[in-house]
Design a protein around this ligand. Structure first.
Ligand SMILES: Nc1ncnc2c1ncn2[C@@H]1O[C@H](COP(=O)(O)OP(=O)(O)OP(=O)(O)O)[C@@H](O)[C@H]1O
Ligand SMILES: [Mg+2]
Length: 500
């Protein structure tokens, strides 16, 4: 490891009088991957936003190459050689991949935008992260994982000396994470100083040179890479967690969800499966396998071409979210920002959106009941908040995710479709979500759990369905669902025509 390139001394930051960071120190050296570890709301993103020029510290100092600097805006960060991959993506959905990648430094020729050059730069940038995509496509039409890769490509193309990665792997599968880590290792060799945030302890063990732990906005300790997971968890949450995946299987009852021959041109083909009351059925696959699309079709969010969905024996009209909700189907979507939350509304309101109708009496909304139940669920999920009336916008990423899950938990859906429900959630809070999944199934609910996190999908499901290229390639009972078995089905070539 080289010299200290970036240093924070006694940095503090409050929001509306509530401290998010208190007196935190951090030193990052050239050629090191410095991990920031902490529970949801511990202050990780707030810290990196001070380096990225999003927030200025209320007190404390920032030093780059030993010299004190002010970083009042993102431009100042860039000119100091700092590039940031933000946790909440900063792409413009309506602009193309190429436009996003060259934003702020559009290539010009004779005063006009040089489209050919722009495409060339963009193609090179996406190829570097192993992304195969048409660079003329609007970014908003890509899935969340591909958007994440575009964001990564964008930060990398700035050739920064200090690279900040705030949960870059949260939306990626293992294969894509491997590509990213290959690049991180190259950058480490080249002497780039990196700050890396992740809730995946295995990734931290794999790539971290040093780990700084934050708890409740305060500095806890800096430990060397290779520190064991149990120790990291203890430093982070201040207690031991013995069982990371506490699945309690329930007795399976009647069939609640029947999906038959569901097809949608170009997305998925001939999907058939069923889920019984009390069951958790996992849905595994690589990014782009079609899991999200199938869940959205079942929930009425998107149309499909043929096939049928039945809930409790009754056919569900296609492309009708209201009908699906009435039938007791809830979808926790993968992209909390665009399809899950109303950022400007309070925690109480966001938690209540799916339930207001069912709990309203004689046309009146049961506001008081909402608040009581909402507070119970928020407590169960350890939602870190100033108050239940706080806007969801001010919550940390992982805490926003808990609100999305909490909403559908409160709705008491009979059939709950979970698409990456623990993305960005810390290890302690994950266990709380798993406990709520157990509660749902022991109350007779049926759960479909789509997850890119293999240990999660394997350990929390009673059986695992695997998708590849829009088709189901196999089913494994829990006892046979090893990582290897799932992966070999996930990369299986489907005999007939390729769907996507
Ligand atoms: N713009 C804001 N307005 C009000 N409060 C904020 C704002 N940004 C952050 N906070 C608060 O600061 C605290 C730290 O949030 P931060 O986003 O830094 O957490 P984090 O460690 O990144 O968590 P996560 O793992 O969930 O991403 C939280 O309590 C959060 O609610
Ligand atoms: Mg964060």
């Amino acid at each position: 490891m080289g010299d200290v390139v970036l240093e924070l001394v006694g940095a503090s930051k409050s929001f509306a009088g509530v401290p998010a960071l208190r007196d935190v120190d951090l030193q990052v050296r050239a050629g090191e991957v410095h991990v920031l570890l902490g529970e949801n709301g511990a202050g990780k993103s707030t810290l990196i936003k001070m380096i990225a020029g999003v927030h200025e510290p209320d007190s404390g100092r920032i030093l780059v190459d030993g010299k004190e600097v002010r970083i009042p805006d993102t431009r100042s960060a860039e000119s100091l050689g700092i590039a940031t991959i933000h946790q909440e993506l900063n792409l413009v959905p309506t602009l193309s991949v190429a436009e996003n990648l060259t934003l702020g430094r559009t290539p010009r020729k004779h005063g006009l935008v040089d489209r050919a050059e722009m495409r060339r730069i963009a193609r090179e940038a996406v190829a570097r992260v192993g992304l195969d995509v048409d660079v003329d496509r609007p970014v908003g039409t890509l899935g969340i994982a591909r958007q994440q890769l575009v964001e990564i490509a964008k930060a990398l193309s700035q050739n920064a000396r200090i690279l900040i990665l705030d949960e870059p792997t949260a939306a990626l599968t293992r294969t894509e994470t491997d590509v990213l880590f290959g690049i991180v290792r190259e950058l480490r060799e080249a002497g780039v100083a990196m700050v890396f945030i992740s809730h995946h302890l295995d990734e931290i063990e794999e790539i971290g040179d040093r780990i700084t732990v934050l708890r409740d906005g305060a500095y806890v300790d800096t430990v060397p890479g290779g520190t064991g997971e149990a120790e990291l968890v203890r430093l982070m949450v201040g207690r031991d967690i013995t069982d990371l995946y506490p699945r309690r299987a329930s007795e399976a009852g009647e069939t609640l969800l029947e999906v038959e021959h569901l097809s949608s041109a170009g997305l998925f083909d001939d999907i058939t499966f069923s889920v019984r009351a009390g069951e958790v059925v996992g849905l595994a696959g690589l990014v782009g396998a079609g899991r999200t699309e199938v869940l959205r079709a079942i929930a009425g969010a998107d149309r499909y071409d043929s096939g049928s969905v039945r809930v409790g024996g009754r056919g569900l009209r296609r492309h009708d979210v209201a009908a699906a909700v009435d039938a007791g189907v809830g979808l926790v979507p993968e992209d909390r920002k665009s399809s899950g939350l109303v950022l400007g509304a309070s925690i109480v309101d966001n938690l209540g959106y799916a339930t207001l109708r069912p709990t309203s009496r004689i046309g009146l909304e049961d506001r008081k009941g909402q608040r009581t139940r909402g507070t119970e669920v928020a407590d169960a999920l350890r939602l870190r908040r100033a108050s239940m009336d706080q806007q969801v916008r001010g919550l940390s990423g992982g805490n926003q995710q808990k609100v999305v899950f909490g909403r559908w938990f409160m709705a008491k859906s009979r059939v709950l479709l979970l698409d990456e429900p623990t993305r960005g959630v810390d290890v302690g809070a994950k266990v709380e979500i798993y406990e709520l999944i157990n509660t749902i199934t022991s109350n007779g609910g049926a759960v479909v759990l789509a997850s890119s996190e293999l240990p999660e999908v394997i350990s929390m499901s009673d059986r695992v369905l695997v998708m590849a290229r829009g088709r189901l390639t196999g089913e494994l009972p829990a006892a046979e669902a090893t990582q290897d078995a799932v992966m070999s089905l996930a990369v299986k070539e489907v005999e007939s025509t390729r769907v996507r």
